[in-house]
Design a protein around this ligand. Sequence first.
Ligand code: CMC
Length: 490
Amino acid sequence: MGASQEKNQTLTVRDNRTGKVYTIPIDDNSVPATAFKAIKAPRLPGEREENETEKGLRIADRGFLNTAVIKSKITHIDGDAGVLRYRGYPIEQLALKSSHLETAYLLIYGVLPTKQQHNVFQSEVHRHSAMHADSEEFFRSFRYDAHPMAMLTSAFAYLGSYYAEANPSLEGQNLYTTGTPESLTIMDKQIYRLIGKATTLAAMAYRVRQGREFVTPPHGLSYTGSFLYQMDHLGQEDYRPNPVLEKALDVLFLLHADHELNASCTTVLQTGSSLVDPYSAIAAGCASLYGPLHGGANEAVIRMLISIGKPENVPSFIEAVKRREKVLSGFGHRVYKTSDPRSFIVRKTADEVFKITGKDELLETAMALHEAAMKDEYFIKRKLAPNVDFCSGLIYRAMGFPLDFFPVLFAVPRVVGWLAHWRQMMLQEGGVKIWRPRQIFVGAAKRDYVPIEERSVVTGIKNAPSPIAHSGIMKRTMLGTFKDKPLTKL
Ligand code: CMC
């Protein structure tokens, strides 16, 4: 950049309310939101004081559509070109040549490991994969039909209870932010533990639902090989998971390892910004990922395909989507305005898996849906294309995983991305700033408390709790009495 261009890296803003002109610096094609706070104006007659007009402008960005909250060196996405790079390396190259654990090293530490570094990393992850025996009771305490994501989310928080030495609330709030060798050692140990135990916790959530005994992580298998072993081993001697499925899962893990500031990663950073321990931050991220707009979409895709049933029903489903009665799960993305580059690799991986498992019966419906959506003006106009979740569920189904386990298969590899971003934030220049966004307060202005006898009824869905229809045991007990008084009157 030339000197004059550099000088021009500013934005001139004229406030038409006051006639004042402000010069705002542009850095890396971004403007600081705080510069807008300096733009103040007197409140208009009658304007609400809650607008805080005289305290400076606020930036409104519902859903973080254009707010950059961090400087990151980890993952780059060009949503218009369908490009995804981890630390500069195209996702296609990594999917072809790397492995999930090697990519984990790359994402977290910024460089591809040497053979020796890779071996140490892999051994440490493995060494930290076993769970305390008490955790078996933890998993058995869930109801028989608990969703595995409910178990996994709780399990990450539970895991943190074992490591007092890793908790800034107990050990000092600078535990992870000083960048000293001692601090980095503690940080990286938690990283090993979280990556190593993610598969163990997920496998335990799986086995408790199947009514099977738990399995200790085996020696000598790959990350996904060990995961499959822990889910599937039933006492057979020298059991080894199928290598094609092991490799396919590894590729899927690598593809899901990171995706910059998606909802769950942002949640991890937001939670981590209070300097809470990494286990609590990862649990928060896991909860966020579970939603059907995010990592729950792979489960939602299959439920949608089951509800469509046959290719003949696709046109009426598409019409229902256009009438906004339904959502086409597995389509659309906040960042990609063309096909998600991961979706092509997922489709290739699906072919490999189907060769040995046989095709999923929903595949034809999925393909008909894909074709119909890609030709339809509604989807073309909105640039809605398949995302990574459109086909991944078909692979998981062909591999025999239950539907509600699909988001777990997304969360486990994403632990890597969450940790990479968390580590980067802990060590960022200038320290950690707590993430505390602003709101635009549109509620009631100051009003005085009214005694209960003087209040009039205010109705409407937002002003009163909804009545609940009681059933089962609640209905029966409500028909009973307590000390001769009807329970409903208590
Ligand atoms: N089906 C039907 N219409 C859609 C869809 C869809 N899947 N996605 C977006 N639209 C419409 C939306 O109604 C809106 O229309 P209009 O402008 O007329 O109101 C327009 O497209 C723009 O969508 P948006 O909701 O403003 O986009 P967003 O960036 O806020 O949401 C999304 C992104 C992924 C939440 C959304 O596309 C969606 O709900 N997709 C289905 C769920 C899904 O597959 N999620 C997985 C995402 S990829 C993996 C991951 O990161 O977890």
